[in-house]
Write a protein that binds this ligand. Structure first.
Ligand code: RTP
Ligand code: MG
Length: 156
């Protein structure tokens, strides 16, 4: 029989301020769907940090409200690992709009824990490149003389 190998991939997940009070239930969903939580931290983002994180949306009408939202309280940043993690975490989240998620994906995180198009409980990287950038943003690796050392939390 053909041996099938599954490539482990990492993705970045963030529980947004409106859903941090339901972190336990969200971790239950993450673990029951087979993701390994390999790193996690609680962070209060500054407005500047939020603007860098969401820079792809600069200029969109929802950009300033989005910065208000993600800086309104602490967020929980996580690195998740499983096979095909980026796609599987996006599927687990469901559609951006939590009301649409309740119609189309009732078991999804946004259906269960989100409120509407903006207050949607959690974030997921949209590509492997975004995942790498977002993990490095929240869990920066320090490099001294070209040698990667232990991660630092100095930027927060
Ligand atoms: P995310 O980046 O947070 O995982 O969400 P996403 O890919 O599903 O959606 P994206 O288009 O990247 O939008 C980022 C976040 O901005 C807020 N948003 N508000 N009011 C609106 O029309 C609107 N559209 C987007 C949401 O919080 C969304 O997750
Ligand atoms: Mg996005």
């Amino acid at each position: 029989r053909e041996h099938i190998s599954y490539r482990r991939q990492r993705t970045f997940a963030m529980v947004k301020p409106d859903a941090v009070h339901r972190l336990g239930e969200i971790i239950d969903v993450i673990q029951s769907r087979g993701f390994e939580i390999s790193r996690m931290k609680m962070v209060q983002l500054t407005r500047t940090q939020a603007a860098i994180f969401y820079r792809e949306h600069e200029g969109r009408p929802f950009f300033e409200p989005l910065l208000d939202y993600v800086t309104s309280g602490t967020v929980i940043a996580m690195e998740l690992i499983t096979s095909d993690a980026v796609k599987r975490w996006r599927e687990t989240l469901g559609p951006t709009d939590a009301e649409l998620a309740r119609q189309e994906a009732p078991d999804s995180v946004r259906a269960k824990f989100g409120q509407n198009k903006q207050l949607n409980a959690a974030h997921g990287s949209d590509s492997d490149i975004s995942a790498t950038r977002e993990i490095e943003f929240f869990f920066p690796s320090s490099k001294v003389n070209g040698i990667t050392g232990p991660e630092t939390t100095a930027s927060f």
